[in-house]
Design a protein. Sequence first.
Length: 446
Amino acid sequence: MPQLNGGGGDDLGANDEMISFKDEGEQEEKISENSSAERDLADVKSSLVNESETNQNSSSDSEAERRPPPRSESFRDKTRESLEEAAKRQDGGLFKSPPYPGYPFIMIPDLTSPYLPNGSLSPTARTYLQMKWPLLDVHAGSLQSRQALKDARSPSPAHISNKVPVVQHPHHVHPLTPLITYSNEHFTPGNPPPHLQADVDPKTGIPRPPHPSDISPYYPLSPGTVGQIPHPLGWLVPQQGQPVYPITTGGFRHPYPTALTVNASMSSLFSSRFPPHMVPPHHSLHTTGIPHPAIVTHNVKQESSHSDIGSLNSSKQDAKKEEEKKKQPHIKKPLNAFMLYMKEMRAKVVAECTLKESAAINQILGRRWHALSREEQAKYYELARKERQLHMQLYPGCSSLLLLPQQPVPITSSSLEQPENGRQTCIHICCILQRLPFNEQAFIYP
DNA sequence: AGACCTTTGAAGTCA
DNA sequence: TGACTTCAAAGGTCT
């Protein structure tokens, strides 16, 4: 796919942001071309999708409404091109890198201590978080949010997918989808829970984490919340009747958080992200053997080992091998910008439309995606970029096939403090941790 | 039960 | 280098 900034730029795929905004010239020609294509393909527009969009789409979707569903790759390309040119026209030909607002990174000057002594976010960090994730409310802390925390402890069977035979969080939480809309009703990073204030270690003065069994301080997701994206670390959330991924006392629950706890916590993180046999042993960790949702463990059919092997020719065997290889546990890909957008907007579209079929929903979402402004899309490209960044940090040895690396590489405090992308990763992880309770964030800010 | 549909984008492979 | 392939999410539908 064509990239604006070619091979340069961000090593983690910052290129992707510019897909839609390339090319100079040929504008007039392509505009007419697009118009023609649209007219031709309007006939084959799905009546179902059409009806839904006609009824539901707002003015922002007007362009998408006019555009018939892409029925061919060429039309998709043309559609994209038309949008590219539209974007360029908006640019007035002056568009240059950085491809979108907020990129490249804007570093937090006082990253190491984004918290004020009272436990609230420092203005700088708050500004940063607000800037980077406009939908993330970093201000409010309220009883309401704490109530939401409690509410989230109840299981939400409606969100439990039984489709995919993989270990997956009941809320369909992609473990690397941490960066999307969280309302302050569900997330209050700034203020420590009240129970923590009283529970402070007398020796260190560091808030002592509560016993986790009765109070779930994790980020909640109201089951009925439309358009809410689950907690990025949602697989950590203990749920009734749901498997609890291992959170050990050596991890987030360490009673006396220290700088070393970063490693322990990350080890805990990894211990839950990798199957036990792949997790390096930790003196204080136990592994439950419950795989991590990011790791797809297909239920491989028990092929009869006593089948007529002789009848299988080599090609069949190869195919079988490939199939089995496919079904082996692997790390899921990080979500791209559009996937992130879909994940966020699907519920909204479903609520707006009478449609439930994902294929039709996706058609709508695809057109809405194209109808998004550059800035709106850039937000998702940025999120996707961070997804990939975190993914690479978590799974450094991950191949294109996203197979499990030989060994997870733990993130240490030193690696996080590396001046280059380590610092960015630190920001990222810190921001993810923003959605953890205060006492569990503290350790990363010595 | 599992494949299919449908979307975009990332990343790998191959010629 | 471009074309092609696969796979991420989602859930109804079909075989």
